[in-house]
Design a protein around this ligand. Sequence first.
Ligand code: ADP
Ligand code: ZN
Length: 825
Amino acid sequence: MKEKGSILFEEDKRTHWAEVILPLALPQVYNYAVPPALISAVLPGCRAEVVLGKTKKYAGIIKSVFSTAPSYPTKDILQVLDEEPLLYKEQLKLWEWMSQYYMCSEGEVMAAALPTNFKLSSEAVLIYNESYGENFEQLNNEEYLVAEALLIKKQLSITEVQSILDVHNIYPTAKSLLEKNVCFIYEELAEKYKVKTQNFVTLHPDYEEERNLESLLNDWHGAPKQMELLLAFLHFYKTEGEVQQPDLLKKANATAAQLKALETKGIVIISKQNIDRIKSLAPVMQVDYELSEAQDYAYKEIKSNFRSKPVTLLHGVTGSGKTEIYIKLIEEQFLQAKQVLYLLPEIALTAQMIRRLQKHFGGNIAIYHSKFNNQERIELWNKVRTGEIKIVLGARSSLFLPFKKLGLIIVDEEHDPSYKQFDPAPRYNARDAAIYYAHLFSAKVLLGTATPSLESYYNASLGKYALVELNERYSKLALPVIEIINTAQVAGKGKVSISPQLEEAIKETVENDRQAILFQNRRGYNPYMICGTCGYIPKCTHCDVSLTLHKYTNKLHCHYCSSTYSKLPHCIACGTNTWQEKTFGTEKIEEELENTFPDFRIARMDVDTVRGKTAHDNLLLQFEQQKIDVLVGTQMVVKGLDFAKLQLVGILDADGLLSFNDFRVNERAYQLMEQVSGRAGRKLEVGKVMLQAINVKHPILQYVVRHDYKAFYADEIEKRKEYFYPPFSRIVLLTLKHKDRETVINAVNKLAALLRQDLEPYIVGPVAPVIGRIKNQYLMEIMIKLPKEKNKGDKYRDVINLHIDQMQAATAYRSVRVVKNVDVM
Ligand code: ADP
Ligand code: ZN
C-alpha cells in the first residue's frame, strides 16, 4: 500500500484542525488535522476525504475549522473535494439543531440531507450510466481509465477504482465522473423506480428569436397540416412551456410523420427526456387572478402579522382558497429576489397541485420529491445553492436543500402526521424543523390548514404564533351537510360496509352526473382470515401480527415485514377447514360496489393500487376528467384535492377511526373526517357527507357534523392537559430492540430504573407495544412525558442519553438497539 505518508501523527507540524461530519450514526463529530497545503481549501461546507478507523475512507462535510490542538492525536485530512462549499452555515446549523433536538447524530442528519452522489465512501459502488454513451473525449486520463473499466464491468466499487488509480486520485476522479454523469452511485431505491422517458418537443433555438419566427410563419408555403401543427405547438409551448409529443399530436390531431417533418426542417427539436425531470418550463410568471374579499383580508392580516411575528397559522376552511393566498405571498418574495420553500405532505404533491402552481410560476418553480433520481437531486441542489431556483415545492426532505436567501416557508396541511419522519433517524418533524430553519434566515413561516394540529393552535392561543382565520369557501358555498347513519340498525342485512342510505345516495349522485368518494380507513381494518371453528387467526411468524389477505395475490401478507404466506388448507389449531374472510378493506368495498352498480365506473385508491407515483396521479386525473364515478380509498383520497363535480363523500366506518389506542386518536379522527368531508361540494352545489357509525353519540362526530373546530379544540385541549400529553408535555419514546426476548426485557427494566433516578414522575412503562415483535426483533417501550420548561430540553435529553449509555455499558445489553423518537406522532 502506498498509503503511508497520508496518515500523519505529527500534530506539532499542524496549525489547523477541522471538525468533520461523517454520514454515519457515530456519537460525535471527528477532528482531523489540516496539512499546511490544504489550509486555504478547508472551508466549512466542503467535503473532505478522510480515513476512519484503519482503512475506511469517507467524504465527510467540514463543519468548522479551528486552531487549538486537540488533546489527542488526529489523522490528516487527505484532500478537500470541493472548491466551493456544498452548503451554507444555515444548513450546518440546521443539522446540528436536528441532531440535538431529535437525539441522533449529525452524521445521520447528513446521510438524510445530502443527495447520494455526494456521499462517497469506501463502500460506495459506481454504476455506469448507460445513457452517457461511449464518447469519452471530454474525460481526462484518470477519468478515462475508470470510465473504460465501467463501460466493460458496468459497476465498480471504490476499492476496485483504487486498483486502477493512484491513491490521491480516487475520490476526485469519482467525484468528477459523477458530475459528468458518466456514472452514479448505487442506491437500492434508484433501481426500483424505472426512469420513464417520453419525447419532448422544443422550439429550435433559431426561432426563439421573435423576428425569425415571424418570417418563418409569413413565408410559409404549402404543407398546411404542418403549419397547423406548428401553430398548435407554439400555443402549447408558450402557455405550458413544455410539450410532450403524444399530447401535442392528440391536441393538433396530427401524425408523428408531420412532426418529424418539422424537425427535419429544423424548426423543432424532438428529444427523449425523463418524464419526472425537473421541468424546463418557460420562466413566466402570471398571478392573474383576484383574491376574494375574505381572502384579501386574510392575506393582508398575514402580512401585517409577519411584521411582528415570524410564524402565522392560517386556519382556513376546506375550499377557502388557501393556495391562492400562498401564491400571492410567494410572488411577493420572488419579486424581492428571495427564495421560498413550499412544503406539502408527499402524497399531496399531486400532478394537480403541481399544475396549479406551474400555471402561475412557470419554470420558476422546481419540484422535489422522493422519486427523484440522483442526478436530478444534484441538479436541483446546485441550482438552489446558487439561488438560480427561487421557489421549491417539495415534500419533507426538501427542507435540507441549501437555500441561500430564504424569505418564506409555507407548510401546507401543517397538521399532517406524515411531516414526521418515522424511520430512520433523523426522526424529525418537518413543520417544526422548518420553524427553526426559517429563524436562521429571519424568514417567515406560514402554517396552513383547515384542521390545525393541537400544538399549533395551542401556540396560536398563547400568542406564540399569529392566527388568521378564513371562514368561507371561495365559491361562497356552505360547507357540506353531514348526516350520521347508524349502522347498528343496518347490520344483519348482509351488507355491513355500505348502508342502504349511502347506496341510495351514491346512485342519485352518479345519475345526476356527479361523483362520489368513499373513505375507508386502512389501519386496523385490514382483511384477515379467521378459523370459523376455533377462532384462530394466522399470524406472521416474524412479527406477531395478523396477516392480511390480498385478493390479487391470493396470499396472506404481513404488513410489517412484507413476508407472504400461502393460504392454509386447514386450521393449524383445530384441523378443520372452516376459514372465513373478515374483510372491511377497500378491495372488498370496491367489489361490493361493482356488484351493486355494474354500470358505474368504480376505482380504488390505496397503497396497493398506487405503487409508483404516476399510478396515483393517473387515478386522480381520471377522476378529475370524470372517467370514474366512484372512488374508494384510504387516507390518500383525503389530501388537499379539488374536484369540481365531487358531491358525495361517504365515511364508511367512523368507529374504526375512533378506536385506536393512541392519545391522538380524537385529533386524527377529527382531522380525517373534516378533511375528507371537505372534498365534497366545492364548486357547484353544497356537498353531502354520509358518516356511518355505530357509536353515533361520540362527541367527535358531533363536532364534525357542525364543522366546529373550536369546540373540538376546547374539549380536546382539556383532556391533553388533564393527562399531561402534548402540547403540555414533550414525549420521548424509547424503543428497545433485541432478538432475544429476555435480554430486551431485562435491558428495558434496567433502563427504566436508571431513568427513574432523575425523571421519576415522567416515566410511563416499560411496556411491550401492541406489536411486540418485528422482523425477529422483540420490542419494549418506555414513554417519557417531559415538561416543557424553557431551556430545559437539552438538559433532559442529556440525562436520557447518559442513562442509555449506562445501560449499554453492561456487556449483556451492548447489542440492544435503542431507538429514540422525540415528539412521537
Ligand atoms: P383550500 O386549499 O383552502 O382547500 P383551494 O386553494 O383548493 O382551497 O381553493 C378552492 C378552489 O377555489 C380551487 O379550485 C381554486 O382554484 C379556487 N379559487 C380559490 N381562490 C380563488 C381566486 N381568488 N380566484 C379564482 N379561483 C379561486
Ligand atoms: Zn411479518
